[in-house]
Design a protein. Structure first.
Length: 301
């Protein structure tokens, strides 16, 4: 095994934090992994790893070498991909993350059509409501909803994602329709536990004035779909991203209230990915495909 290949084995050990884990990643034996790391240490005349019976950790020199070597190998891989893609159709792995409901309701067809158009792209699509760690979990990009904050990631805005306050006709008939934000304090407001502002609603009115109101309710969940279902059943008032409720409002199953007030800060749909990296043709094409899809979203047209 040449020097560069040994570097790759060392990087795998650090990522897996064990020889056995690296062996599984590389498809070789643990003893072969250990031997190649020893050979690399001999080449460099330095100890890269601390080894115990329970775990493996990098030495100070190993940490420095890992950071530079991992970046160098990534650059080599990206250069190879770029040259290949100049000569052929896009191919290779593309790992992406979508919020579950948004992905299923509005991007499922787009993802499938992209896969059909570019069969050599190895799509790995994760649908999950959690906030994935793009770097450490190996995602090429993630679709996220929120307000744009300072971040080490690059974000491309694709569409708006307003929040809607809504309830069933039955609930409003029984409990009254809120006429101003403060009225929400007297209603059963369904709470999304994934929101840090669980017990308050921040808003902006048509005059640009900001405010907030305290909320309370008897129903909470970490699932927007469950909250939407509860609103449809007349349990209470929901404050949800529009993609959960757009079709229900269109079909008059839910009624929007306080429409002259908007949730603050404004939320949008973004594609986010790592900065300062070669963006493969497959990734650029995929993001462009998503942006085109977003133009057809019912609240964007």
């Amino acid at each position: 095994m040449d020097h560069v290949s040994r570097v790759g084995v060392f990087i795998a050990v650090v990522k897996a934090q064990s020889f056995a884990g690296a062996a599984r990643m590389l498809g070789i034996t643990s003893s072969a992994v250990s031997k190649q790391v020893q050979n690399l240490e001999q080449d460099l005349q330095v100890k890269l790893l601390n080894r115990t019976t329970r775990n493996v950790s990098v030495t100070e020199e190993g940490a420095v070498y890992y950071e530079r070597a991992a970046r160098a190998l990534e650059d080599l891989q990206e250069a190879r991909e770029q040259i290949y893609e100049l000569k052929s159709r896009p191919r290779g792995p593309l790992k992406v993350s979508f919020p579950q409901s948004l992905g299923i309701k509005y991007f499922g067809q787009a993802i499938a059509s992209f896969a059909a158009e570019y069969p050599e792209v190895e799509l790995d699509v994760s649908l999950d409501e959690r906030f994935v760690d793009i770097v450490n979990e190996g995602f090429n990009l993630a679709v996220r909803i929120g307000s744009l904050k300072d971040t080490s990631l690059i974000a491309r805005r694709m569409a708006s994602c307003p929040f809607v306050i809504c309830a069933s006709a039955g609930y409003l008939e029984a409990h009254g329709t809120p006429q101003k934000p403060d009225d929400l304090a007297h209603h059963n407001v369904l709470a999304f536990t994934g929101n840090s502002g669980l017990h308050e609603w921040r808003y902006q009115d048509t005059a640009g004035q900001h405010g907030q109101v305290s909320l309370s309710g008897t129903f909470k969940s970490d699932s927007g779909d469950i909250l939407c279902r509860a609103a449809l059943e007349g349990v209470g008032i929901a404050i949800l991203p529009i993609f959960y409720v757009a079709e229900h409002i269109k079909n008059h199953e839910l009624q929007a209230v306080l429409s002259d007030h908007v949730t603050s800060p404004k939320r949008d749909i973004y594609a986010v990915f790592q900065p300062n990296r070669f963006q493969s043709t497959r990734q650029r094409l995929f993001v462009d495909h998503l942006v085109s899809t977003c133009k057809q979203l019912p609240w964007e047209s």
